[in-house]
Design a protein around this ligand. Structure first.
Ligand code: HEM
Length: 272
């Protein structure tokens, strides 16, 4: 300890950097082009992936909590998810400081690498119920990762367990939904629509389910805002060029915006 009362002798103690593995994290920004702006490009992706890691951590625990009927615990985690989402939405403002000319300086270095191959993004989509099998092929070269992805692909989504919670509360839910093949993207069901309508019509009686529904809407809303800001930032930086991942680029990103994760929770607003 020095004369200001601060610890400075760490021969026998763990430091901040050791605890956080900072050597590893801070030596993982390899600019392939050496171009100045590639640092921003790498860090913005890495920061987003770190936040995605926490989103997954929270959502998967929330799924278990809902399955166990512990809705209050789940609410806390889901509230955290939407706060994290606001961080990654804001991150687009930083990326938008990069001009098209700056990006063109190093875009070729990326080869075919694209956020399209972000497996954490796919795991988040799986957890939200959007299941696209063709995505899994990308990860075949890494069997451990492929197995992990397959597991999250086959698992029930947060909406599946929310529908389970409706059934648990006594709503008449189509039984086929409760044991359905969870590798299929959920398409909507009248019994679920009727149940949510009842919840929204009597929020005092169904306060927990109402809260659950609104937390899910928060998450879908933020996810769509993230997708929208991504699409507009891409338009701003590369216009209508095709993506490094091979898609049509902005038009592809626009088409993804049409997908709704929790359809009845949006439809119920019209019916109220
Ligand atoms: C200059 C910046 C960026 C450009 C030009 C860009 C461009 C694109 C394009 C064109 C696609 C469509 C797939 C393809 O053909 O490649 C895509 C997908 C994607 N990008 Fe970006 N992107 C940028 C930054 C980011 C950042 C910072 C993230 C954060 C992780 C990100 C995450 C994703 C994800 C998750 C997808 C898949 C979207 C989906 O399939 O729904 N991108 N990007």
């Amino acid at each position: 300890m020095n004369d200001k009362g601060i610890y400075t002798d760490f021969k026998e103690q763990m430091t901040y950097g050791e605890y956080l593995d900072l050597d590893k994290i801070l030596s993982s920004q390899t600019r392939l082009s050496g171009h100045h702006d590639e640092m921003l490009f790498i860090i913005i992706h890495q920061v987003s992936e770190l936040w995605m890691k926490l989103i997954l951590h929270e959502i998967t625990s929330a799924i278990t909590a809902i399955q166990q009927g512990e809705l209050q615990e789940a609410f806390k985690m889901l509230a955290r998810v939407s706060r994290i989402q606001t961080q990654i939405i804001q991150a687009w403002d930083v990326l938008a400081t990069m001009t098209p000319a700056e990006y063109m300086e190093f875009r070729d270095s990326l080869g075919r690498a694209s956020g399209f191959q972000s497996y954490q993004n796919r795991q988040i989509e799986f957890a939200l119920g959007y299941k696209q099998p063709h995505i899994l092929k990308i990860y075949e070269k890494n069997p451990e990762l492929a197995a992990e992805l397959k597991e999250s692909y086959e698992a029930p989504s947060i909406y599946d367990v929310a529908i389970g919670a409706l059934a648990e509360a006594g709503f008449l839910i189509n039984p086929a939904l409760l044991t359905r093949d969870f590798t299929e993207t959920y398409k909507g069901d009248q019994t679920v629509a009727d149940a949510w309508l009842e919840v929204y019509r009597d929020v005092d009686k169904y306060w927990d389910l109402y809260q659950l529904a609104e937390k899910l809407v928060d998450i879908e809303d933020c996810h769509q805002q993230w997708r929208f800001r991504h699409m507009k930032t891409v338009e701003r930086i590369i216009g209508y060029k095709i993506g490094t991942g091979g898609s049509s680029g902005v038009n592809y990103l626009k088409s993804v915006l049409d997908h709704r994760f929790f359809p009845e929770l949006w439809d119920v607003r019209t019916k109220l």
